[in-house]
Design a protein around this ligand. Structure first.
Ligand SMILES: CC(=O)SCCNC(=O)CCNC(=O)[C@H](O)C(C)(C)COP(=O)(O)OP(=O)(O)OC[C@H]1O[C@@H](n2cnc3c(N)ncnc32)[C@H](O)[C@@H]1OP(=O)(O)O
Ligand SMILES: O=C([O-])CC(=O)C(=O)O
Length: 375
């Protein structure tokens, strides 16, 4: 895609603060977390190591990782009052609304009363978010009250175990690690900026995260993985996908899972999740859906020079793991929580309330007409 000239719309190109957490597109297409390339992290780390890196500043030693996982495992149970709220949310609710409510209720029951508690409050949310979404999902869809205190080694395995009622295989657990690492942090994206704005008022961390979940929900941000799935599953085969995509482009429709506000040529997360999507497709005879996705990628690049962002191949990857489409974006929440919280910590450590100015475009100063004379 040609180099764009930022014109101020969407605050594009404007520096809105400092961060030591990540760089996005710094050398054209890269992504780093605290100086580590995301590819390196995805190849060599588990998600809990990356969460430790993002939240505490360094990759853990083996002893630190064991201690961190043990702590998180011990925080998977949900308070009775939260379970009762989840049981009242209907089956057809949007799972991101469930996440938002679950986070907010947790903030009522286990309020962060001092910033000294920010790390513990975040660890609690990291451990509890998979429990929240799966407790609601299994109760509303299957009538089952799941026991959320599993002994699974990782957050990803805990999620899949609760969802399916059995422990995942090694491949699925590995893909969850990769996926959660890829989604963990991304500088001043819309949901993270939401969290930082909220933090800048010195609000509590549950309010910051609840607001961020609301921002992530939209199809222009985290919701794109679900929208991409809805599109690709309607195509019969790659040729049908090509025809469908060309029609959408002709009608000037936005195609979810493509394009990016910062990256210009590629999203470095795409090649990584695409590789795992292909691997998973072979496992479940999903080659047709994978080939459809590849054709969509080719058509968008050929026609528009638009590339797949992190969301596009996540759709097929999650689908091949049997994850219901409506739970795709909540997985993003379970991961991005690390980035959001670290940004809240950073904002709090060097705070000034975020309060930009607006260019006024309304009427000139005028007098109130008495009500009887209006109309
Ligand atoms: C994890 C994430 O959140 S990644 C983002 C997930 N979101 C999506 O996949 C939604 C689809 N993509 C989009 O809507 C956009 O590409 C965004 C929101 C990601 C970025 O928005 P912007 O920075 O405003 O896009 P950008 O300035 O690069 O757009 C350039 C042109 O390409 C078009 N374009 C960008 N993305 C797409 C797309 N996915 N489908 C069709 N056209 C597109 C724009 O409409 C614009 O056209 P115009 O110049 O005629 O107005
Ligand atoms: O940075 C953005 O604008 C969106 C994105 O890719 C992310 O949040 O992961």
């Amino acid at each position: 895609m040609a180099e764009k000239q930022p014109n101020g719309a969407g605050l594009r190109g404007q520096v809105a603060g400092k961060t030591a957490l990540s760089t996005v597109g710094k050398s054209g297409s890269g992504l780093t977390y605290r100086g580590y390339d995301v590819k390196d992290l995805a190849e060599n780390c588990q998600f809990e190591e990356v969460a430790h890196l993002i939240l505490k500043g360094a990759l853990p030693t083996e002893a630190e990782l064991d201690a961190y996982k043990k702590k998180l495992k011990g925080l998977r149970g949900l308070p009775q009052a939260l379970k009762e709220v989840l049981e009242r949310i209907p089956k057809d609710a949007h799972p991101m609304d469930v996440m938002r409510t679950g986070c907010s209720v947790l903030g009522n029951l286990e309020t962060e009363t001092s910033f000294d508690q920010q790390q513990d409050a975040t660890d609690r949310m990291l451990a509890a978010f998979p429990s929240i979404i799966c407790y609601w999902y299994r109760y509303s869809h299957d009538g089952v009250r799941v026991e959320t205190e599993t002994d699974d080694d990782s957050i990803g395995a805990h999620f899949l175990h609760l969802l399916r009622g059995e422990k995942p295989n090694d491949l699925h657990e590995a893909v969850m690690h990769v996926s959660l690492i890829l989604y963990a942090e991304h500088e001043f994206n819309a949901s993270t900026f939401t969290a930082r704005v909220c933090a800048s008022t010195l609000s509590d961390i549950h309010s910051c995260i609840t607001g961020a979940i609301g921002s992530l929900r939209g199809p222009l941000h985290g919701g794109a993985n679900e929208a991409a799935m809805e599109m690709i599953e309607n195509f019969q085969d790659p040729d049908d996908a090509e025809k469908g995509m060309l029609g959408m482009l002709e009608r000037k429709e936005k195609i979810m899972g493509f394009g990016h506000a910062i990256y210009r040529e590629s999203d470095p997360r795409n090649a990584i999740i695409k590789h795992w999507s292909e691997k998973l497709s072979r496992d479940v005879n999903g080659e047709n859906l994978y080939n459809i996705s590849v054709r969509c990628e080719e058509v968008m690049w050929r026609e528009k020079k638009l590339f797949c962002n992190a969301d596009f191949f996540h759709a097929s990857a999650y689908h091949f793991m049997g994850i219901p489409t409506k739970l795709f974006t909540p997985i993003f929440v379970m991961s991005r929580l690390t980035g959001w919280a670290a940004h809240v910590f950073e904002q709090r450590a060097d705070n000034r309330i975020i309060r930009p100015s607006a260019e006024y475009t309304g009427p000139e100063l005028r007098k109130v007409t008495p009500i009887a004379e209006r109309g």
